[in-house]
Design a protein around this ligand. Structure first.
Ligand SMILES: [Zn+2]
Length: 219
């Protein structure tokens, strides 16, 4: 009698532990993952602009939403900037290069699994629209992340290889650059300023991250 009680107790304990782990795994699928988020530009570098709408502000806003969602899923998240500033060394002649060098250095010196750079696009033609994912083929992981990200974001624009971007060449951690839309297109511009759209965008990007880690676990 005493033995069967013990067995029943152990059995119940196992069920409880299993359900707890399962629930935790589903809700916190990014436990143990470190993600570096890079909001493009900052400070005197506004990036693309349209009247008083500045790329640097929207980049940071998207990155902060992403960071909070990723942390809620168990990830450790770092940002290259947390406010409206750049990270160049004070007084340097090549400010932009110093800014990009320091961002790359921060990511390289971390134990991040991946990084994402968030930017907005702009061209002379107002008809161009939609998000686009850029990658550097310095490692094969970048192409995989770019492909999963494009699919998760459901964008019509094909992934594109970067061949000249200084920053992306410097970073040794797998990652991609996401141009979240065109400030030069009126519809994109309207959407990109809306918090609800930034949330939606973040959810899609997170789906891309999850799919990427799933692939990496099975290959
Ligand atoms: Zn930019």
């Amino acid at each position: 009698m005493r033995n069967s009680f013990h067995i029943l107790f152990l059995f119940l304990l196992m069920i409880c532990t299993f359900s707890f782990l399962k629930a935790n795994g589903e809700e916190m699928p990014l436990v143990g993952k470190t993600i570096y988020l890079d909001a493009g530009h900052g400070g005197i570098d506004s990036g693309a602009t349209y009247k008083d709408i500045l790329e640097k502000d929207i980049n940071l806003s998207i990155v902060k939403i992403l960071a909070s969602k990723l942390e809620n899923m168990g990830a450790t998240v770092y940002l290259t900037r947390y406010g409206d500033y750049d990270v160049s060394n004070i007084g340097v002649y090549h400010r932009k290069r110093s800014d990009l060098y320091n961002r790359a250095k921060m990511i390289n010196e971390s134990n991040a699994d991946i990084y994402l750079s968030i930017h907005l696009n702009a061209t002379n033609s107002s008809t161009w629209s939609g998000a686009q994912v850029f990658y550097d083929d310095i490692c094969s992981e970048n192409l995989l992340l770019a492909q999963t990200m494009k699919e998760a974001m459901g964008t019509k624009r094909d992934i594109s290889e970067i061949t000249t971007m200084y920053f992306n060449k410097q970073v040794k951690v797998p990652g991609v650059l996401i141009e979240a839309g065109f400030l030069s297109n009126s519809h994109d511009r309207y959407l990109l300023q809306k918090e609800s759209y930034q949330e939606e965008l973040s959810d899609k990007i997170i789906q891309g991250i999850l799919t990427y880690f799933e692939h990496r676990n099975y290959t």
